[in-house]
Design a protein around this ligand. Sequence first.
Ligand code: ADP
Length: 826
Amino acid sequence: MFPHRVATPAPPTRPNHAAGRSNRWLQGFAESHYYLLVPLASIVIFLVVMSLILWSLNRRETEQQQDTLYRNVAWAQQQIRLNMLSIQDQISSLARDTAAAPQGLGHFASAADEMMQNHPDIVFMNWLNAEQRPQWAVPSDSPFAARLQASKDSPMEDALLVAFRAARDSRRPAYSTLLYDASGMSYIALEVPVLRGREFLGTIGVVYSVEGMLIHELPQELGNKFKVSFVDTHNKELATTSTRPPSPRDVSSELLLDPPGHSLLVRVYSYPSVGNFVNNTLVWLIVGLSCFVLWSLWSLWRHTRQRFEAQQALFNETSFRRAMENSIVIGMRVLDLQGHITYVNPAFCRMTGWDEADLLGHAPPYPYWPDDDIYEMQRRIDMTLRGKAPSHGFEIRVRRKNGSVFYARMFVSPLVDAHGRQTGWMSSLTDISEPKRAREELAAAHERFTTVLESLDASVSVLAVDKAELLFANRYYRQLFGTRPEGHLELSDGALESAQASSDSIDMVDAYAGLPAVALTDTASETQEIYLPSRQKWFEVRRQYIQWVDGHLAQLQVATDITARRQAEELARQEEERLQFTGRLMTMGEMASSLAHELNQPLAAINNYCMGTAALVRAGRTSPETLLPALEKTSQQAVRAGMIIKRIRSFVKRSEPKRQPTSIYEIVADAVGLAEIEARKRRIRIVTELPAGLPQIYVDPVLIEQVLVNLLKNAAEAMQNHTPPPGLRRDLSIRLHVRRQERAIEFTVVDHGPGVDETAIERLFEPFFSTKSDGMGMGLNICRSIIESHHGRLWVENNYAGDVRSGCTFFILLPFDADTSSVGEA
Ligand code: ADP
């Protein structure tokens, strides 16, 4: 159907190659995904920049963390050192007290206990004299007691000895390197010299538990915030504030805890900080966001692709529709609900000659309405807008821009948009001028044809062969027979009977129906003259088999009333017959004296014979021998007279013309017999030449005889007083020749008379043409009509001897084949 969404169609003139180019470009672009590169690149750049920012933030944070750690480790170191120094000071004070007044073990022990209580990291204290002899030790049962006293049995450990000697030699407190107990715990020893003046009295040794140092000497808040460990120079962790296993990603800072020990390092680890969490979250957020953007991009690409495909489909659809719209020959017009033209297709513009610009937006009356039809067109558009347009459409007249008007058929249907709402009316316009003209011409032709057929003075009827049903009958037929097929059947003279009439006719119909239509319709029309007794009329019937409009075999019959003609013909025939008869009478009349003379001869002879016989009887000389010859001669003469009378009778006998197979010899004998009487009177001989074996001819013998007699008589008359031109011998013979030709018999009557005037040669056969004073001039005319009624020819030619006319020859040509229709009637 037609597109029902025609809001703002693209201009139809848009070149298609441009559309094709943009289409290819779109395709190429979609295939290459170029349009994704920019967002992809921006995402990559964004990621790189974000990574750089994060990296630098991280770096800064790490630096800050490192910084903080460093400050904290320094602070821890400071605090531990300060605490240790304060302990060192207290021990130095104890050493001075010990040097000044060695109160003994009691004072020292209480001071040591007090100190050990204040500093739980101190696990052992003792006093070694200058000879490394232990003076006292707190607690005395400590395993360190033995290790911190040099005796013969148990020499002082090297680390302690080094510290002891350092304290002794430098007169300053000295720390030992790391000591370990059996369980692997680490310790550090401090040897504070006891001096009295310059005199070295020994050392007060203090053993710190490294772990204790960490617990007690480290400020509490530092231990809460960080993991703080002591490690030795071999990176072995000696003590730690947290048991959390170290991870390679831990950030730490360390400082040498010197002077308390040469080999002790304070290391501070940062716990995973809030900052790190934020950072990580940020990273993940960015990664997540990037993934989201990538996903968005992908879905955008997919969406674009789908859109592109949809667009492509739409484009193809549009191109298809536009091509269809351009190629369509039906004009399309769209009206909105108020009747404004919102769209016309190119065919509409072509058809009407109005441009799109002339029509779009136009309200009724539209420019293509003919002025005369405005009222009617307005009525129709009102109907259309009310939705009352007839489904079979309107036939309207449309005015072209050039003023000419054509007929069109318009169909209207509602225009419905994608939501099922009616937005206007779609109309299609078809130019029907040509079909209308053809229809009108056809109707006129049909009318002419019907008029001719109806006013014909002949009956025209068409009968279906298989059903004996009348398919067509003109007025004349209807007047004669009504609308029944019987008339047709009657006229067909039994060629086609009504199927209902008899079973024979059913067979006949079947026989016709079984014939191939072409074989019958190809046969030429036949003509027949039929007499209808019911109407007392003669008809000349022509019939032919035709193929009827529905393809069936039908018989067309045209019957012309020829009653009048037949009557006229009959009259003429009778007239002619009378004329021929009169002609014969006239001939006989003309020959009357000759005939009388001819008859007179036998009669006179009979009389003579009878007189002679009577004389013999009277003389009594009657004997059979004398009487018999006379009687026989008398009889012969009577026969001769009878013969003449018979000939004359048969010649002038008035009878219906009747053709019959006739012997040529008989005709010639009779004709010559009669003609000779006249000729003899004129001393003219008739010489006949008749070949043997001539066929019988199918003629009326009296009429042919009449012709021959006439010709022979004319010849004799012409010759009677004729003096031949000089140089020519007088010949008083008439020659009658009969010759057989291929399909005809030729009779020639040759005379030696004056011949005929060449200029009047044809006029001889006209009625009343005569050169004789007593002539009627009908003889030759009757002869020709007789010969022609036998389908033959009669003509005359002059004979010449050199340049001299020596008479004339009358020719008769009669077809002899009795079996052929050209010879006779059935
Ligand atoms: P009619 O004998 O009464 O004159 P026809 O019709 O028989 O009428 O002949 C017409 C004319 O044709 C004759 O008057 C004569 O002039 C001419 N005609 C007929 N036969 C001959 C003939 N054999 N030779 C010369 N003229 C002839």
